[in-house]
Write a protein that binds this ligand. Structure first.
Ligand SMILES: *Cc1c(COP(=O)(O)O)cnc(C)c1O
Length: 394
């Protein structure tokens, strides 16, 4: 079968894909249909937290699939309540709602913020979010996503969103009006370029939100569940957001999304929000197994340690290759920026040498390996990257 040709004729041509068909994986490695092996520093876009086909996750899915796969939210369901309980016990938040993806979690959080505005702030409905953010692909979430390329093809967008510069508290203050109900931010901007804010930024935003009766919605779809070196990235800023959205890494590869809120921000009344699949037993059993494993083995601290090693190694490469203009990140969310638009070439050279990296922007690579990555994997990835850089820059 020529899968690439089938994609060309049968699939909507919306994805820019790497010319490889992956068919199986184990731990840090994947294999394509020809049997070639790749060290995976993409993890399905920061999703496969425990690596590929982790026995704990296989066991949980297997067991649940034999018990019960779907109930709907017309009934109580144990995997859902176990996962909700684990999330509230290990965060500073008190209430959980489950969705099926990141965008859906953010969309739900925006609806929650509008309920908040209606009930507690004289009908305010506007959400302030940041330029270069990424919040998903639904209409409301692209309106929140402050990047023209996602918005332009779909004008007009839903009303009630304002985009301001990231990491600039003054812009949020200036954009706040009586219409504002919430501020929506990533703890580190992932898709927008691995942008890490100043240490005090989120604290200042939280204070501003408190003073003005606004909700702070933290989109931790990418940064959450250990990725940035703490179970949730907000925990490193000394704040507790009103609302936290999770998705990507939460169930290690099974689709899931979650909205966590404080008691105060939990303003949905019966019937005001819902989902057929959200909180599905299979997805929640997977989420429970993954989250429990991450907590038990403190993979957040491990991610911090491994992320530091990775960044140190990349800084060494930067000394050797001055065309690397910046290395930045938090935990295992790491960006490598070049002075010119050569990231695709470097990515393809890595691919050829058996390493998967993400070509985030024309001049940027993103390294987001599974949280189980070990020092030897990092050294191997750095070695391949070095050879790829020699090949491209020579
Ligand atoms: C990936 C991502 C989303 C969207 O998640 P989907 O599951 O693709 O809908 C939202 N917010 C952030 C920060 C993300 O990284």
């Amino acid at each position: 079968m020529n899968w690439i040709d089938i994609e060309k004729t049968s699939f909507m041509p919306v994805f820019e894909r790497v010319p490889v068909t992956l068919i199986k994986g184990r731990g840090m490695y994947m294999r394509d249909e020809k049997g070639k092996r790749y060290l995976d520093f993409v993890a399905g876009i920061a999703v496969v937290s425990l690596g590929h086909c982790h026995p704990v996750l296989i066991k949980a899915i297997n067991r649940q699939s034999r018990l019960l796969m779907h109930t709907s939210n017309l009934f109580y369901s144990t995997p859902q309540l176990k996962l909700a309980n684990l999330l509230t016990q290990n965060s500073e938040l008190q209430r959980v709602f489950f969705a099926n993806s990141g965008a859906e979690a953010v969309e739900g959080a925006v609806k929650l913020a509008r309920r908040w505005g209606h009930l507690k702030r004289n009908g305010a409905y506007e959400v302030i979010s940041a330029h270069n953010s990424f919040h998903g692909r639904t209409l409301a979430t692209i309106a929140a996503t402050g990047q023209a390329k996602f918005q332009q093809p779909y004008m007009p967008l839903p009303d009630g969103f304002t985009n301001v510069a990231y990491d600039n508290i003054e812009e949020i203050k200036n954009a706040t009006s009586e219409k504002t109900c919430a501020v929506l931010l990533e703890a580190v901007q992932g898709e927008g370029g691995v942008n890490v804010p100043q240490p005090n930024y989120l604290k200042e935003v939280k204070e501003w939100c408190e003073q003005n009766n606004l909700l702070l919605l933290m989109d931790e779809v990418q940064t959450g569940v250990g990725r940035c070196g703490s179970l949730f990235a907000y925990q490193q800023s000394g704040i507790v957001p009103d609302v936290v959205m999770l998705a990507k890494g939460l169930a290690g590869g099974v689709p899931i999304g979650a909205i966590l809120t404080s008691e105060k921000a939990s303003v949905f009344a019966k019937g005001e929000h819902g989902s057929t699949f959200g909180g599905n037993p299979l997805a929640c059993a997977a989420g429970y197994a993954v989250l429990q494993y991450i907590i038990k083995h403190d993979l957040a601290s491990h991610a911090q340690e491994m992320g530091t090693r990775l960044v140190d190694g990349l800084i060494k490469l930067q000394q050797e290759f001055p065309l690397i203009s910046d290395v930045r990140g938090k935990g295992l969310l790491v960006g490598l920026q070049f002075e010119k638009d050569c990231a695709k070439e470097v990515m393809l050279a890595c691919l050829d040498m058996g390493l998967l990296v993400n070509n985030l922007k024309p001049n940027m690579l993103r390294l987001i390996p599974p949280l189980i990555v070990q020092e030897a994997d990092i050294n191997k990835a750095l070695g391949i990257l070095r050879r790829a850089l020699i090949k491209v820059f020579a």
